[in-house]
Design a protein around this ligand. Structure first.
Ligand code: SF4
Length: 361
């Protein structure tokens, strides 16, 4: 039987980064205890309704490290109420100002993977992004995370920053590699509405320079032994994010907290972005039936391993083969025996390539 995942959203941040559109609040101190109590109650209630085995837990945000030592209460609620497998991957996201107390309690409570938001190794760029840490503080955080006992560590890196170029990116890559960690998530900066960047125009690299940065990053990390296993994710062998793989493999997971989504027992549902409503009565909204063929193809194509070719040949076999051959000659996809996957260039253009492939169905 496939095992499921648990996601818990901690919607608190010390301040809002200029690019961020995740649901999080900066005035949160009076809400922490009420929120933890609502979360643990909800976890208890949902846990009592399933005997499913769960092998990943992901505490994300927001900034889970702002829970400090209280993270132990949350993890105890999870392990007391859900059937968590012995070798479960348990991840917590942290920012570089994570306290040693959080790291100690998280480690003692079973967290075995830390994902740290770093984004850049350039203090000027960090300021522009609205991050509340410096390069030196990020470096110190990774040292402390290792010292606390964690060896499965991921860092977020952001590319195509305002005024960036291959030279600035190369320094950021050198910095991230110098941290000697087994997993790197790298995202192209996208300007979203309702963010600080959305309201203040930024001088971003043009499309060609963005493509150049993405492909350069892929090459540099692959040369250093990191597998480009998903559009935005790179890892040393055996260090894939098992939790995030569930999303891309269309496996089931239960989410907790405002803005958290679930795919469970064939249905998709989510909690609205409203912490007060969650504290007073956690209620999900139905979001449709999940896991159909096109969704599996759309998600599976994000992965380096790709999908089974037979899933997209369908009725118009000849036409579809000709179409795929064209994508292959444009170096957008690899066809390997019975599977099809995106190349680095295809991953860069994944939105349009995946849309075109889905049109074959
Ligand atoms: S990027 Fe992370 S730390 Fe920054 S506001 Fe968003 S959730 Fe908070």
């Amino acid at each position: 039987m496939t095992k499921s995942g648990i996601y818990i959203h901690i919607p608190f941040c010390k301040r809002k980064c200029a690019y961020c559109n995740f649901y999080s609040l900066t005035l949160y101190e009076n809400l922490i205890d009420g929120y933890l109590s609502a979360l643990t109650g909800d976890i208890k209630e949902k846990g009592g309704r399933t005997d499913r085995l769960f092998d990943t837990v992901y505490i994300g945000g927001g900034t889970p490290s702002l829970l400090g030592g209280k993270v132990g209460v949350l993890l105890r609620a999870v392990t007391d109420n859900f059937n968590i497998s012995k070798n479960a991957e348990i991840t917590a996201e942290v920012n570089p100002d994570v306290s040693d107390e959080f790291l100690k309690i998280a480690f003692e409570s079973g967290v075995n993977r830390i994902s740290v938001g770093i984004q850049s190794g350039n203090d000027e760029a960090l300021k522009v992004l609205g991050r509340n840490h410096t390069k030196a503080e990020a470096e110190n955080a990774v040292e402390r995370i290792k010292k606390a006992g964690f060896n499965n560590i991921s860092a977020d890196l952001m590319i195509c920053l305002p005024n960036s170029n291959l030279n600035t990116l190369s320094k950021d890559i050198d910095f991230i590699l110098s941290l000697d960690i087994p997993h790197i998530s790298a995202y192209i900066l996208k300007i979203e509405d309702f963010t600080k960047f959305g309201k203040t125009p930024q001088l971003l690299p043009d499309d060609d320079s963005q493509a150049e940065q993405y492909l350069y990053l892929c090459e540099e990390l692959e040369n250093e032994g990191y597998s480009h296993y998903e559009i935005s994710n790179f890892c040393k062998p055996g260090f894939e994010s098992r939790h995030n793989l569930k999303y891309w493999n269309c496996e089931e997971y239960l989410g907790f907290g405002p803005s958290a989504h679930s795919f469970f027992e064939g249905k998709r549902f989510f909690y609205p972005n409203d912490i007060k409503a969650y504290i007073s009565n956690p209620t999900t909204l139905f979001d449709g039936i999940g896991g159909d063929e096109s969704e599996k193809i759309m998600l599976g194509l994000r992965l380096k391993k790709g999908i089974d070719l037979s899933g997209i040949l369908c009725d118009n076999k000849e036409d579809n083969i000709a179409f795929l051959s064209r994508l292959q000659s444009e170096k957008l996809i690899n066809i390997n025996g019975t599977s099809v996957s995106l190349t680095d260039k295809g991953m860069l253009l994944s939105n349009s390539v995946i849309t075109e492939i889905l049109e074959l169905l």
